[in-house]
Write a protein that binds this ligand. Structure first.
Ligand SMILES: C[S@@+](CC[C@H](N)C(=O)[O-])C[C@H]1O[C@@H](n2cnc3c(N)ncnc32)[C@H](O)[C@@H]1O
Length: 313
């Protein structure tokens, strides 16, 4: 497997022009993956610059570690959750960063690796853990959650219109035997969704699989705090760039960035600000950047990507 097939970095040029690694300093890639973005940042860093790469997936750590070995001491790899970025960096005696990148979600490698159970096209056990040593799998959600809990996550995290029907058919099927096959679950979801809807758009299981993955990996629960921590780590003029792949993540990032640019809580009709809260960052992307047409054609995963960035004041 080459690094190109592991994961193709999304909106690479756009990320580089926002982060501007040639300024030097400390850069953090909180979602190292195959190391594509990290490699491009490292190639542009001046001699004194450093990049810390974090990932919760041991496979990604091994792959990116090999790819970026040639950068010597300029590159440090850390296995962990970027939700704990502050303490992971403290462990390296780093208190400030000049650029931070978060490229959220799963890598193409994770999606393609059959045994990890992310894909509804490949038969595998219901797993979906990004960190294969974590104790909680998709199996536990599918077989252990109540009808109400299932319906809620499928509706909220999958934005699935037929969440109730999907949850009901899961609950009915597991009465006979526990569900532990991705393809079996995908077929069950397909059958639960009205035939007319099934013909439109992506595979009918896509939304429910997304919901399960988000739940298993706790992707949304701590995101706002993780963005706040990343913002607080930035040095003056430091840049935080975040790529999201679905509207729930993008909404959290958008609203959090707006709070930094306009934290004032005074009544908008008030003649002057009395809350005293001052902006702490400016938004560099008034509208989220999306992948160019040619990138979208070459890499279908880039089609749902949105890139937003702020610069610390
Ligand atoms: C979209 S890929 C990143 C690809 C990378 N930018 C590249 O160029 O190869 C996302 C990676 O982030 C990791 N990841 C997702 N959420 C994480 C979290 N909360 N903490 C640490 N790593 C995470 C995943 O394991 C995956 O390897």
């Amino acid at each position: 497997m080459t690094n190109e097939t592991y994961h193709v970095p999304i909106m690479l040029n756009e990320v580089l022009s926002l982060l501007q690694p040639s300024r030097g300093g400390v850069f953090v890639d909180g979602t190292l993956g195959g190391g594509g973005h990290a490699e491009a940042v490292l190639e542009r860093l001046p001699q004194s610059g450093r990049l810390i790469g974090i990932d919760r997936d041991a496979d990604a750590i091994a792959e990116a570690g090999k790819r970026l070995l040639r950068f010597g001491n300029a590159f440090t790899v850390v296995r962990g959750n970027f939700f704990q970025m502050k303490s992971l960096l403290e462990g390296l005696s780093i208190q400030r960063a000049d650029g931070i990148l978060l490229d959220l979600g799963v890598s193409s490698h994770q999606l393609d690796e059959k045994a990890r159970g992310f894909s509804y096209n490949e038969d595998a056990p219901l797993d979906m853990r990004m960190d294969a040593s974590a104790p909680f799998r998709a199996y536990d959600v599918v077989n252990g959650y109540s009808f109400e809990e299932l319906a809620r996550i499928i509706r909220e995290y999958g934005e699935e219109r037929y969440a109730g029907r999907v949850a009901a058919s899961i609950v009915k099927a597991r009465e006979k035997a526990a569900l532990d096959s991705t393809v079996e679950l995908a077929q069950l979801i397909k059958n639960a969704i009205p035939a007319a809807t099934r013909r439109e758009g992506p595979h009918p299981a896509r939304r429910t699989f997304q919901a399960l993955r988000i739940e298993v990996n706790g992707e949304l629960e701590g995101l706002k705090k993780a963005v706040d921590d990343a913002h607080s780590l930035l040095a003056p003029n430091g840049v935080l760039a975040i790529i999201t792949f679905h509207s729930l993540e993008d909404r959290i990032v958008k609203l959090t960035f707006r709070e930094y640019e306009n934290p004032c809580t005074c009544d908008p009709r008030a003649p002057m600000c009395i809350c005293g809260k001052k902006p702490t960052a400016r938004i560099l992307t008034k509208k989220p950047l999306v992948a160019s047409e040619s990138e979208q054609e070459e890499n279908s995963r880039s089609r749902s990507a949105k890139l937003r960035a702020i610069q610390k004041l």
